[in-house]
Design a protein around this ligand. Structure first.
Ligand code: SF4
Ligand code: SF4
Length: 429
């Protein structure tokens, strides 16, 4: 695609990167067929190619974002299916990240929009605040009828109430803990414990640590590490995202002799693996690149160290839902299914596995209609496989797909179970 940035514009390193990405696009439109928002809405402006044109126009003309661009870019899930499909290697992720920063700095959103976004940014990355908010949501759920109406604000508030689990999870605060390997220490890793995950699904970290320890891996969760920054990053809050990235890079770089940095929430993993790019112009650039190279999804690491089950698997049909952040963001598709099969499960996959379930960070709150359509579509295709359990490697997807009568369990809980751990809580229920 031809671009017409001026030399002065191209002197800005961020614009220079956007220019390179735009020029790689050849308008072929292959990406539209696999874009969940185009498939759902049928509007070219809600396709990757349409959004690329909008972003190009906005950046080339060096003007503030307009409402139409905000509408269509906000509707993008950042699922990155378009990057998997694109034959020209267009880095849509970095382009849309740039566009979101541009929107955040040049566009004044309506008050209700600003309030919801602020609330999410102030609550979700902090496990204690999130636990308190979910307790309030559970109390408020019987009064959900007061939020009737078709305004976007009412829909978003209803979506928030619906997402709070019915029961409070046991409190978990893993910051500053070290978990010794059982027997000889073969590896030493840091674990990103996740923020929402500690509040909503603490059993995932418990299973991860138990499994790694059993396989001879010491697990360290430094006190100074925190949220990966994905939430604010996807809101275009660049400085907040950089601060989160710097904090984690500094915390992990201070641990000597690490073999890997393990991430068991693939949405976070995609961002941590991109820290090297995010901090490329920072004084921590070198350390950030090292962290990105060390970051591994839990499934990558388990396969590399020779995961093997220690008990016969029960006769369970497991439907594997591929989280977008894992299959598109990290290009990890086969490994989770290989591990599940190794553990002895019967593994099935739904039709159209490339399509997002609608979770996408805070998308299911901010875009409840599209997220609801994608959830129903995904659940229909999962149900058609007649599974006993649905599994995924990302707590956001598990929360989105819960509540439809089929248990949802993180893949690491199933693998830990077969390696000698206890049966996943989600199955016992
Ligand atoms: S990231 Fe997903 S929703 Fe956004 S344009 Fe690409 S395929 Fe479509
Ligand atoms: S598939 Fe790639 S090159 Fe083709 S329109 Fe989409 S982004 Fe551009």
């Amino acid at each position: 695609m031809q671009t017409s940035f001026t030399p002065a514009q191209l002197a800005d390193p961020e614009i220079a990167v956007a220019n390179d990405i735009l020029r790689a696009c050849v308008h072929c439109g292959f990406c539209t067929a696999t874009c969940p928002t185009f498939v759902t809405l049928g509007d070219e402006l809600d396709s990757p190619r349409g959004r690329i044109y909008l972003i190009k126009d906005m950046l080339e003309n060096d003007r503030p974002a307009a409402a139409a661009e905000v509408l269509h870019i906000d509707r993008c899930l950042s699922c990155l299916a378009c990057m998997t499909t694109c034959p020209s290697g267009v880095n849509y992720m970095h382009l849309v990240d740039h566009a979101r920063v541009h929107i955040e700095t040049t566009y004044k959103r309506p008050l209700a929009d600003r309030l919801v976004r602020d609330m999410l940014a102030r609550i979700l990355p902090y496990p204690k605040r999130l636990r308190a908010a979910m307790a309030l949501a559970r109390l408020g759920r019987p009064f959900g009828f007061l939020l009737a109406g078709e305004s976007m604000l009412a829909k978003r508030l209803r979506a928030m109430l619906a997402l709070a689990p019915a029961r409070a999870a046991a409190p978990q605060d893993l910051a500053g803990t070290v978990h010794k390997a059982a027997g000889e220490t073969r590896y030493r890793v840091a674990l990103l414990a996740g923020c929402a995950q500690q509040a909503i699904g603490p059993s995932i970290n418990t299973a991860t640590i138990a499994l790694l320890n059993r396989l001879g891996v010491e697990v360290i969760i430094p006190a100074a590490a925190g949220c990966c920054g994905a939430l604010v990053h996807h809101m275009g809050r660049h400085e907040a995202a950089l601060a989160a990235a710097r904090g984690n890079v500094s915390a992990w770089s201070a641990i000597p002799g690490l073999d890997a940095i393990i991430v068991n929430t693939s949405g976070c993993g995609t961002v941590v693996k991109d820290y090297g790019f995010l901090l490329r112009n920072d004084e921590m650039a070198g350390a950030a690149a090292t962290v990105s190279a060390q970051a591994k999804d839990i499934t990558e690491f388990l396969l590399s160290i020779g995961y093997a089950p220690r008990r016969p698997a029960p006769d369970l049909k497991v439907a594997y839902h591929a989280a977008c952040s894992l299959q598109h963001g990290q290009q990890i598709s086969a490994l989770p299914k290989i591990l599940l099969a190794k553990a002895g499960f019967q593994v099935v996959e739904p039709k159209d596995p490339h399509l997002c379930c609608g979770s996408a960070g805070t998308y299911n709150i901010m875009q409840p209609d599209i997220a609801g359509s994608l959830r129903r579509r995904k659940l229909d295709t999962l149900r058609a496989t007649t599974p006993d359990v649905i599994t995924a490697g990302n707590i956001g997807c598990l929360t989105q797909l819960a509540g439809d009568g089929i248990p949802t369990v993180h893949i690491v809980e199933l693998l830990d179970w077969m390696a000698g751990g206890s049966e996943p809580e989600g199955l016992r229920k």
